[in-house]
Ligand binder design. Structure first.
Ligand code: NAP
Ligand code: GDD
Length: 363
C-alpha cells in the first residue's frame, strides 16, 4: 500500500484528491491547521475511514512539517496548501510569500532532512497565474512567465525551487501548471462560485443583485475533480516533468454569468461598458449584475488560455473527454440551488421552532 501526504487537504483540490487516492488504495494522510471555527466541511465524510489520517502542520512552521513528514514517511507528497486567493495576496503579500514560496522550500528540505529524497515523489501545485501579463496565447510549458500579483510571484519561486531541487539533488519533484479549476466545493469568493451562489439566491428571492469586478476577464475553466487525476498521473510518470493542465477552451466572466443564470431560468442581457456595464434580466428589465470597482485588482490577469497538448500526449489525459464548460456551470448551479433551498428550509424551521415545539410538530 502506497502512502500519500496531502498538504491543504481541507481545500477544494485536497478533498477531491483525498477521495481519488483512497479509491486507488492509498493510505492517505493530510495536514490541517488549528482554527476557532469548523473548516473541515469538505472532508467531513472521510473522517473515521480506516486509511484516512489527519495531522496538524502549517507551511509557515518548518518544525511541524519535518515532524509530519518524518512520521508519515510518504511515498508521495502533494503540496496543495497555499494562500490561494489572488486578490487577497495584494492585502497580505508577506504571508502569501511565506506560505506559497518559502513553504515549498520547507517541504523540499524536510524531505531531504528526513532522508526521503530518493524515495518520496513530490507534486507542487503550480498555476497558470505564472503567465500573468501573458506573452503568448494559448500558453504552454514553453511560454515565458510574467507573474502579475504577489500570489503569482510567490508561486514562481515555488516553481523554480522545485526545478532546482530536481536538478541539484535528483529528486522526483514536479509542478503541475494548472489553469483555473472549479467545482461545487470551490471557495465562495472565487468568481465562478460567487456567480453560481448568487444565481441560486437571486432565483430563490434571497439576493437582489450581484456585484462583480472585471467582466471581460478570460479564463480556461475546468472541473477540479478531473484535474486531481492529473496530479496523480504526473507523479506516476517515468521522469519528473512539469505539465500544463487545462481544457484548451476560453470563456469570459460575462459568459460564465450568462450560462449560470440561464440554468436557473433567467436570460441575461448585458449593456454598457467597463464599470458602467450592467446585466439585465431580459424578461423583466431588472438589473441583476453591476460592476463594483472594489473587485478590481491593482494588476489583473485577463487572458488565460492553456494548451494541454503535452499532458494529452505523455499522460494520456484528454480534456475533451472530461467535464465540459457547460456541464461545469450546470453542476455548480444545481448544487447551489440545493444549498440555498436547504438553508431557506433550515431558516424557516428555526424561525418557527417555538411554535412547532408548542404544537408538538417537532419534539
Ligand atoms: P483552497 O481551496 O484555497 O485550499 C487551500 C488549502 O491550503 C486549504 O486546505 C488551506 O487550509 C491550506 N492552507 C492555507 N494556508 C496554509 C498554511 N499556512 N499551512 C498549511 N495549510 C495552509 O485552494 P484550491 O483551489 O484547493 O487549490 C489548491 C492548490 O492549487 C493551491 O496551492 C492553489 O494555489 C493551487 N492552484 C489552484 C487552482 C484553482 O483553480 N483551484 C489553479 C492553480 C493552482 P485551511 O482550510 O486551513 O485554510
Ligand atoms: N474573485 C473575483 N471576484 N474575481 C472576479 C470578480 C469578483 O467579484 N469579478 C471579476 N473577477 C475576475 C478577476 O479579476 C479575475 O480576472 C477572474 O475573475 C478570476 O478570478 P478568481 O476566480 O478569483 O480566480 P483567479 O484566476 O484570480 O485565481 C484562481 O485561479 C488561479 C489559476 O489561474 C485561484 O484558484 C488561484 O489559486 C489559481 O492559481
Amino acid at each position: 500500500m502506497k502512502t500519500a501526504l496531502i498538504t491543504g487537504i481541507t481545500g477544494q483540490d485536497g478533498s477531491f484528491l483525498a477521495e481519488f487516492l483512497l479509491e486507488k488504495g492509498y493510505d492517505v494522510h493530510g495536514t490541517i491547521r488549528r482554527s476557532s471555527v469548523d473548516y473541515r466541511e469538505r472532508i467531513a465524510h472521510l473522517e473515521g475511514k480506516p486509511h484516512f489520517h489527519l495531522h496538524y502542520a502549517d507551511l509557515g512552521d518548518s518544525m511541524s512539517i519535518i515532524q509530519v513528514i518524518g512520521k508519515v514517511k510518504p511515498n508521495e507528497i502533494y503540496n496543495l496548501a497555499a494562500q490561494s486567493h489572488v486578490q487577497v495576496s495584494f492585502d497580505s503579500p508577506e504571508f502569501t510569500a511565506d506560505v506559497d514560496a518559502t513553504g515549498v522550500l520547507r517541504i523540499l528540505e524536510a524531505v531531504r532532512q528526513c532522508s526521503l529524497a530518493d524515495t518520496c515523489r513530490i507534486y507542487q501545485a503550480s498555476t497558470s497565474e505564472l503567465y500573468g501579463k501573458v506573452e503568448e496565447v494559448p500558453q504552454s510549458e514553453k511560454t515565458p512567465f510574467h507573474p502579475y500579483s504577489p500570489y503569482a510571484v510567490a508561486k514562481l519561486y515555488g516553481f523554480w525551487i522545485v526545478k532546482e531541487y530536481r536538478e541539484a539533488y535528483n529528486m522526483f519533484c514536479c509542478s503541475g501548471i494548472l489553469f483555473n479549476h472549479e467545482s461545487e466545493r470551490r471557495g465562495e469568493t472565487f468568481v465562478t462560485r460567487k456567480i453560481t451562489l448568487a444565481a441560486a439566491r437571486i432565483k430563490q428571492g434571497k439576493q437582489d443583485k450581484l456585484y462583480l469586478g472585471n467582466l471581460s476577464s478570460l479564463r480556461d475553466w475546468g472541473y477540479a475533480k478531473d484535474y486531481v487525476e492529473c496530479m496523480w498521473l504526473i507523479l506516476q510518470n517515468k521522469t519528473p516533468e512539469d505539465f500544463v493542465i487545462a481544457t484548451g477552451e476560453q470563456h469570459s466572466v460575462r459568459e460564465f454569468c450568462y450560462y449560470a443564470f440561464k440554468h436557473v431560468g433567467i436570460e441575461l442581457e448585458f449593456k454598457g461598458e467597463d464599470a458602467d456595464e450592467k446585466g439585465y434580466d431580459k424578461a423583466t428589465g431588472k438589473v441583476l449584475i453591476e460592476v463594483s470597482k472594489d473587485f478590481y485588482r491593482p494588476t489583473d490577469v485577463v487572458n488565460l488560455w492553456g494548451d494541454p497538448s503535452k499532458a494529452k500526449k505523455e499522460l494520456g489525459w484528454d480534456p475533451t473527454k472530461k467535464t465540459s464548460f457547460e456541464q461545469l456551470v450546470k453542476l455548480m448551479v444545481e448544487a447551489d440551488m440545493k444549498k440555498v433551498a436547504a438553508e431557506s428550509a433550515a431558516e424557516y424551521v428555526k424561525t418557527n421552532l417555538a411554535e412547532y415545539l408548542e404544537k408538538g410538530i417537532v419534539k
